[in-house]
Design a protein around this ligand. Structure first.
Ligand code: ATP
Length: 135
């Protein structure tokens, strides 16, 4: 079994889609190991998105992820990292396949509702950032 860090970004909370999105992860069989509603500052955003801080799309992304509360989660299950990314769908909501969270619910490249760790290394790093006390 594997753990992954999932964020329900501020658009999910603002649009009242927390139940819808969380329901998809739960229905799939993933277990919630940790969960917190949190508004982050720019410093935490920079830490989380360390690999993107120098990219052109980062400043508006930083504004977006600090614009309101997010639900941070650790989900656990067999191949949880890959399973979550499959449920999330392609980064750009306009191109994501129907049936995925982004494909069904997002029409944006930036406001794409969810984040999921992209590797075991990322998951370990991100879980430590968001839930430093999680055993
Ligand atoms: P995440 O890491 O959030 O699960 P991802 O792995 O599909 O998403 P990344 O390439 O890691 O996408 O980009 C991180 C986030 O940055 C995206 O989820 C999206 O919100 C934003 N983003 C990525 N590319 C663009 C872009 N070209 N324009 C605007 N925002 C972007």
């Amino acid at each position: 079994s594997q753990r992954t860090l999932v964020l329900l970004k501020p658009d999910t909370v603002r649009r009242g889609l927390v139940g819808e999105v969380l329901g998809r992860f739960e229905a799939k069989g993933l277990r919630i190991v940790a969960m917190d509603l949190r508004t982050i500052d720019g410093e935490l955003a920079d830490q989380h998105y360390a690999e993107h801080v120098d990219k052109a799309f980062y400043p508006p992304l930083r504004d977006f992820v600090t614009s309101g509360p997010m639900v941070a989660l650790v989900l656990e299950g067999d191949e949880a990292i890959e399973v979550v990314r499959a449920l999330n769908g392609a980064t750009d909501g306009r191109k994501a396949a129907p049936g995925t969270i982004r494909g069904d619910l997002s029409l944006s490249n930036r406001e794409n509702l969810v984040h999921g760790s992209d590797s075991e290394e990322s998951a370990t790093r991100e879980i430590k950032i968001w839930f430093p006390d999680l055993p």
